[in-house]
Ligand binder design. Structure first.
Ligand code: AMP
Length: 272
């Protein structure tokens, strides 16, 4: 199904579609998560991870998504990059980071409710259809929930082609050529736009955010939409029963010599 058909299916008719050339609008999904350097602490009641007073940052795979979008713009393929985040007001900071990397503007779909991947995919569908984007770039997974589902669900809702875990992206002649690292090799796929791409770690190395770009990002447009106003069913489909800390590691021991090590591996650890 093409963009126009997908748009018609979902009630967003009259979209500007441009699948014949290299001038495309790009949506980048950016999630605010616990910074990857911070050790997650579980709440005392086991209901989830404690985020109070913790450093929150852009999901690392989403930084790669922003970088790729900026490279598409620098290559003359992308006309505009729209960074979108779904979550509480604090996500505006993450959108500013996306704009400091090079996104042109930001859209916050604001809610303080817990959002599962399906709910995020629906919100992204709303923004993508409204904006008439033809390329959407998501991270392959968010490092907080490790779901690895949102980009795929978005692709299904839009009726778009999808290229997951991309390690190389080329867009030319209304088509995307994507390399993916698979077991024992590299797979290269080609698909017509519109397309959703999810980023692998090796796709690129995000550029360093410079101070002048942070200052410029402050002046870029940031729109806030209330998720509750969109009339979408965002209710969670699953319930988290418990979240537990990983089991504490036992203290190590020093062995006297190689013979002692081999004896212990045989008799105590029983691994040889
Ligand atoms: P997940 O399916 O939760 O592992 O997330 C995969 C990707 O979907 C992330 O790397 C983001 O690009 C995007 N994503 C998930 N949740 C959100 C959110 N609340 N706001 C913006 N993007 C999101």
């Amino acid at each position: 199904m093409g963009m126009a058909e997908a748009a018609a299916c979902f009630g967003f008719e009259g979209l500007a579609c441009n699948t014949d050339g290299e001038k495309v609008k790009v949506l980048v999904a950016v999630k605010r998560v616990l910074d990857y350097n911070v050790k997650a602490r579980v709440k005392s009641d086991g209901s989830g991870v404690d985020l109070a007073n913790q450093k929150l940052s852009m999901n690392p795979f989403d930084e790669i998504a922003c970088e790729e979008a900026v490279r598409l713009k620098e290559a003359g393929v992308a006309t505009e990059i729209i960074a979108v985040s779904c979550g509480p007001a604090g996500c505006q900071e993450t959108l500013r980071s996306a704009m400091a990397i090079g996104a042109d503007r930001g859209v916050l779909v604001e809610t303080s409710d817990v959002l599962e991947p399906l709910a995020v995919a629906k919100l992204m569908q709303h923004v993508a259809a409204r904006e008439g984007v033809e390329v959407a770039i998501f991270g392959k997974q968010a490092i907080d929930d490790d779901a690895g589902q949102t980009g795929q669900m978005f692709g299904a809702l839009m009726g778009w082609a999808q290229a997951t875990f991309a390690s190389k992206v080329k867009i030319e002649g209304g088509a995307a050529t994507i390399s993916r690292e698979i077991d024992g090799g590299l797979e290269t796929l080609q698909m017509k736009l519109p397309v959703v791409i999810t980023t692998d770690l090796r796709l690129n190395e995000p550029r360093f955010i410079t101070l002048p770009n942070i200052m410029k990002a402050k002046k870029k447009p940031l729109e806030v939409i209330k998720a509750a106003d969109l009339g979408l069913d965002l209710a969670p489909r699953t319930a988290t029963l418990r979240v537990d800390e990983p089991a504490a590691r036992k203290a190590g021991i020093k062995v006297a010599d190689v013979a002692d090590l081999v004896k212990r591996l045989k008799e105590e650890a029983k691994v040889i």
